[in-house]
Design a protein around this ligand. Structure first.
Ligand SMILES: [Zn+2]
Ligand SMILES: [Zn+2]
Length: 398
């Protein structure tokens, strides 16, 4: 079998796995079926599997060359895929649409998992490298930070890696194009809840009450001046209020109203400023209306910062396989969060975006009820993972 034939047969299998995962999506930290299937497949190819890291997370370890003969592990790299789906109804009408009502693979993690499995199968069959590769299948990227929990449970002390790489599909890039960029790729993603405590009463006698609903409206407007007036315009920050709740009747001023939303930032200093300013503006604005604001600010995933060395290595691998024209160096970062951040904060890492929009077509964005991972990006994804391993893990004494 030629290399092309081998890839073609693996891509065909990966397409089936992908659609099977798509039909059976599982929520964060509940990827039992997915994780069992991944482990079974890896073991069937002779890859050593360590289960139950962060619950449903697992690592497949493959050694080849001198590293397989014991003793020195040689060079080691980690390749990461995420396995979880989202709590939303699917509207694609596809033959392999979700069989679980209210749960959907709307971010393409089904594709990421199938892609990494395809590379694992190829590398287990060919073993044309010298060193150790850890296939990291993480739970709960969407909610709960499975990547963080894996790191906390000693991912990189148990499976030391010189570098760690992750791939996410990108609905704004052409299929088979790789955006590999220096520095920050994803924002820090925090959430907040602001509780406005007023004084309930009759709607006809507002002067006997303190109106938390009207105060919440002022707080919502006042907060919009934080990014525009208090943060350096050269920096990036987003503050979105996504929920306002309060009241039960048209003639009752309630006791309380709640605003909830998210803050996205690129830099640690800006993140600190946003937390401080949000708290300050919310409490002072509430006070101006005689109410009291209590702010809960919860820090979520930190920003993903790519290290220079793995960026250079990933670019080299992608250019060697697909040509320079398919490697994008200047893709701007996104304000979306990613828990690959915890891995890249521990080991020098590189987060790569793989285009999945065929030329002349449009695709629904991630998290849309009609989103579907493009199977046409399995082939470049699998080839990239395999090529990166073969490029990175070479016996330098040879
Ligand atoms: Zn997502
Ligand atoms: Zn995602």
């Amino acid at each position: 079998m030629t290399t092309d034939e081998k890839f073609a047969s693996i891509v065909a299998e990966a397409t089936e796995w992908r659609r099977d995962f798509h039909a059976h999506p599982e929520l964060s930290f509940q990827e039992y079926r997915t994780s069992a299937k991944v482990a079974e497949l890896l073991e069937s190819w002779g890859i050593e599997v360590t289960r139950n890291i962060a619950g449903t997370g697992l690592v497949g370890t493959l050694r080849a060359g001198k590293a397989a003969e014991g003793g020195n592990r040689g060079k080691a790299i980690g390749l990461r895929a995420d396995m979880d789906a989202l709590p939303m109804p699917e509207m694609t009408g596809l033959p392999y649409a979700s069989k679980t009502p209210g749960v959907m693979h709307a971010c393409g993690h089904d594709g990421h998992t199938a892609m990494l499995l395809g590379a694992a199968k190829y590398l287990a069959e060919t073993r044309n490298f010298d060193g150790t590769v850890h296939f990291i299948f993480q739970p709960a990227e969407e909610k709960g930070g499975g990547g963080r929990v894996m790191v906390e449970e000693g991912l990189f002390t148990r499976f030391p890696c010189d570098f760690v790489y992750g791939i996410h599909n990108d609905s704004r890039l052409t299929t088979g194009h790789f955006a590999i960029t220096y520095g920050t790729t994803n924002a820090a993603a925090d959430t907040f809840a602001i509780r406005i405590h007023g004084k309930g009463g009759h709607a006809a006698r507002p002067h006997h009450s303190i109106d938390p609903v009207m105060t919440a409206a002022h707080v919502a407007v006042a907060l919009q001046s934080v990014v525009s007036r208090r943060i350096d315009p050269i920096e990036s920050a987003v503050l979105s209020i996504c929920m306002i709740h309060g009241g039960t009747a048209t003639n009752v001023i309630p006791e309380e109203a709640v605003l909830e939303g998210t803050v996205r930032t690129m830099k640690a200093e800006v993140r600190d400023d946003m937390e401080r300013l949000l708290t300050e503006v919310a409490t002072a604005t509430a006070m101006a209306h005689g109410a009291r604001a209590v702010v809960e600010y919860e820090r979520g995933y930190p920003s993903v910062v790519n290290s220079n060395e793995p960026v250079d290595r990933a670019r080299r691998a992608a250019a060697a396989l697909f040509g320079q024209e398919r490697v994008i160096h200047d893709r701007p970062p996104t304000m979306g969060g990613e828990d690959f951040a915890y891995m890249a904060n521990t080991v020098p890492g590189c987060f790569i975006r793989l285009g999945h929009v065929d030329p002349g077509t449009e695709r629904f964005s991630n998290h849309h009820p009609r989103y579907d991972f493009n199977d046409a990006s399995l082939e470049p994804g699998i080839r990239f993972w395999a090529g990166l391993v073969e490029q990175e893990l070479v016996d330098e004494q040879k």
